[in-house]
Design a protein around this ligand. Structure first.
Ligand code: HDE
Length: 723
């Protein structure tokens, strides 16, 4: 018995030895006298030309892809010593233990161990781009800021973000989006740290940790990720009626933007502008996208989160790389700076209130174009820091109690996120204006400060640096009068929590209102606690009785008595996203073909789409080329979520019939239900594709006629009757 066991072990051992692959060439250290050679870089894609790679702070990242990839350079340690081998650790013999004295190994692994820094506690997931802001001078009347003077050109860096999710979460979740802009002005950095929704959840910044704790994943199981559809969020907002206005915006189409490029941006708070004569006005900032304001529909957003969690990030980078630079106009609503700080009865210090554009026009003061992608995500998008307290002469803050707390929070959070007090020296954060501060030392100090007197006044360094006056461009705080008792209270005018939520809802078109009803029904339907759902229905009843009733029906509950009766409001049509037409530049249109016989018609269709400034996605059963056109998507990789419109150009007799492909039929069905424009070329029977030729937004014709009709539909972004 013992003998048999020994034999078996012997056999197993010899088998195991045979399974080991023979040692390949990679296990050999490189020969001492043979340095590795540079490879030729991959050829650039023909239709993509990136602009020059110079950082906003003037650092030349290298104007060719070769330089970016450290081409022509030898691998070194971080202290610049050239290396012979980075694939083998130093061992005592080929099969021996690794030696502690391997300084390169220790440096490499130690650096790797510390590669991650804490993600932002909110707005962790973001995407960013460089660009330029050009002022038209209209703001000079109200602000002395140099970057707002006529014709002034200022480099900018913009970071868009979701709020709730972790860095690795999906882009298309229902959430508010951050829209933070850093202007590298000649007078120092100015940060406009806004959102895509013009109001906020809370009126006093002291509640920020509460709303964030409620909205983030629940602490026991850390779910759900990047979602507001859970009990703690609805518990908080139903108990804080001040949150109702922001929340109804989240439940509208604004909570699921189609792209960062199609979002409005808002500074939310009221700021105080100061002109050259010392005159002040109260202003609210607006970013208006020239691409139009456009959202996904909910099912599309859900599908996108699974199919392409990087959808918005990819969209922004692709558009810029392809030269379809997104453009926003910056506008301000200008209101008189009165002691009451109100406008038409609206308290301008209350961040849960907006000023309808019909009451105070948005006046355009400049235009921003995003025209360059970051070179390195971590160095730029992750390490950028924004701070609403980064102000320049001519723009000052107000006493909005939310803004006041933000003025503390943003610097504070960088101390742990960016590891010390010298985050302004990180290249992406460095101002273009000269910096002569008296801050010294600290973690990651990168400056070699000369002199012996980092204090003021001094006589040892010649009294330098000097302080400036107004004429030399100093930032001078506006001397606003302050008086009052020390209290933990808000002004009585902050107590109206519902009238503007109602203003928003009643300003939407019917289809947008239905989306709001569907969103509340979905989100509250995901809550477990009936008491929370019922409490929120009570809040909805104070906004709009029909809204509350429709959501209650969806939940199978009844509406409780509202705390307050819905207010009388005049709708503000500017709050709706519908009813305007927009340029179609950069929109994506799939062209579905069957086989090689479709080459001619596909080429005509693709050409017509390009001529309209849109991006064709030629989609065929397999990859490769069709005639001289590259096939962008094969049937397996095609996804309706990336189409703004679709043309079926397949002649069923020309090869595999799309009508026989269950996936293509499903994608067309999705496109139909998501309100996308659909064209079916002559010779293809829409019925075989499950489409009704008479339905709104389904067009037919030859390539030119069909693409023209499709383009007209796309100008409205969606076929609204179908969503
Ligand atoms: Fe923020 N917010 N916030 N926030 N916020 C942060 O700063 C905070 C608020 C906004 O892309 C944090 O560097 C408090 C309103 C954006 O880097 C943190 C309060 C608005 C971004 C912070 C608010 C914003 C942030 C997290 C209530 C719209 C992303 C990491 C008083 C006007 C910026 C960081 C980027 C980021 C605090 C409310 C916009 C913790 C305490 C209102 C776009 O400092």
């Amino acid at each position: 018995m013992a003998r048999q066991k020994a034999d078996r072990n012997e056999a197993e051992r010899s088998e195991a030895v045979e399974l080991n692959p023979p040692a390949g060439p990679t296990s050999e250290p490189p020969a001492l006298d043979e340095p590795t050679k540079a490879r030729d870089p991959l050829p650039p894609k023909p239709d993509q030309a990136g602009p020059a790679n110079v950082s906003p702070t003037g650092v030349d990242y290298g104007s060719s892809p070769e330089t970016n990839a450290q081409a022509g350079a030898y691998l070194t340690t971080s202290t610049g010593v050239r290396l012979r081998d980075t694939d083998h650790s130093l061992k005592a013999g080929r099969r021996g233990p690794v030696l502690l004295q391997d300084h390169h190994l220790r440096e490499k692994i130690t650096h790797f161990d510390h590669e991650r820094i804490p993600e932002r506690v909110v707005h962790a997931r973001g995407a960013a781009a460089h660009g330029t802001f050009v002022a038209n001078g209209a703001a000079s009347r109200i602000s002395r800021a140099a970057f707002l003077a006529e014709g002034a050109e200022t480099p900018v860096f913009v970071r868009f973000s979701t709020v709730l999710g972790s860095r690795g979460s999906a882009d298309t979740v229902r959430d508010t989006r951050g829209f933070a802009t850093k202007f590298y002005t000649s007078e120092g950095n100015y940060d406009l740290v806004g959102n895509n929704i013009p109001v906020f959840f809370i009126q006093d910044g002291i509640k920020f940790p509460d709303v964030v704790h409620a909205a983030k994943p629940q602490p026991d199981r850390e779910i759900p990720q990047a979602q507001s559809a859970h009990d703690t969020f609805w518990d908080f907002v139903s108990l804080h009626s001040e949150a109702q206005h922001h929340t109804i915006w989240n439940m509208s189409d604004r909570g699921i933007p189609r792209s960062f490029r199609t979002m409005e941006g808002f500074g939310i708070h009221t700021f105080r502008m100061v002109n050259a004569d010392g005159g002040t006005s109260l202003v609210k900032f607006h970013w208006k996208p020239r691409q139009g304001v456009h959202s996904q529909v909910w099912e599309e957003a859900l599908l996108t989160a699974g199919m392409d969690p990087d959808f918005h990030r990819r969209d922004l980078a692709d558009a810029i790389e392809a030269g379809a630079y997104p453009v926003w106009d910056l506008g301000v609503q200008v209101m008189p700076d009165t002691p009451e700080e109100t406008f038409e009865g609206i308290d301008l210090l209350d961040p849960t209130k907006l000023v309808p554009e019909e009451l105070c026009e948005v006046q355009i003061i400049g235009t921003m174009t995003l025209n360059r992608n970051p070179i390195n995500y971590f160095a730029e998008t992750e390490q950028v820091m924004f701070n609403p307290g980064n102000l320049v002469p001519g723009i000052d803050v107000t006493n909005d109690p939310l803004l006041q707390v933000r003025l503390f929070s943003y610097i504070d959070t960088q101390l742990s996120r960016l590891g010390g007090p010298n985050f302004s020296q990180i290249p992406i954060n460095r101002p273009h204006a000269p910096v002569n501060d008296l801050q010294r030392d600290g973690h990651h100090q990168a400056a070699d400060h000369g002199g012996v007197a980092p204090y003021r006044p001094n006589s040892l360094d010649g009294g330098c640096p000097f302080t400036a006056g107004t004429a030399e461009g100093a930032f001078i705080d506006v001397p606003t009068p302050v008086q009052g008792e020390k209290v933990r209270e808000l002004s009585a005018s902050f107590e109206d929590h519902y009238s503007q939520a109602r203003l928003f809802y009643t300003s939407l078109t019917e289809v947008e209102q239905q989306h709001v009803i569907d969103a509340y029904t979905f989100e509250l339907g995901k809550c477990y606690e009936e008491a929370i759902k019922t409490r929120q229905l009570g809040c909805l009843a104070a906004i709009d009785a029909d809204l509350a009733e429709a959501v209650a029906t969806g939940l199978g509950l009844s509406v409780p008595k509202a705390d307050t009766k819905p207010a009388k409001v005049d709708p503000s049509p500017a709050l709706s996203q519908l009813g305007r037409s927009w340029p179609v530049t950069g929109r994506k249109v799939a062209v579905i073909v069957a086989g090689p016989d479709d080459a001619a018609v596909a080429a005509q269709t693709v050409e017509a789409i390009r001529a309209a400034g849109m991006v064709p996605l030629l989609t065929a059963p397999n990859g490769g080329t069709l005639g001289d056109q590259p096939i962008e998507r094969s049937y397996p990789t095609a996804a309706s979520i990336e189409w703004d419109g679709v043309v079926v150009a397949a002649d069923p007799s020309a090869g595999p019939n799309p009508a026989d492909d269950a996936k293509i039929i499903r994608l067309l069905d999705e496109a139909y239900r998501h309100g996308k424009a659909i064209a079916v070329l002559d010779g293809v029977d829409p019925a075989t594709l499950g489409l009704n030729a008479a339905a709104t937004g389904v067009v037919t014709g030859d390539p030119t006629a069909a693409v023209t009709a499709l383009t007209e539909l796309l100008a409205e972004h969606r076929v609204w009757d179908r969503v």
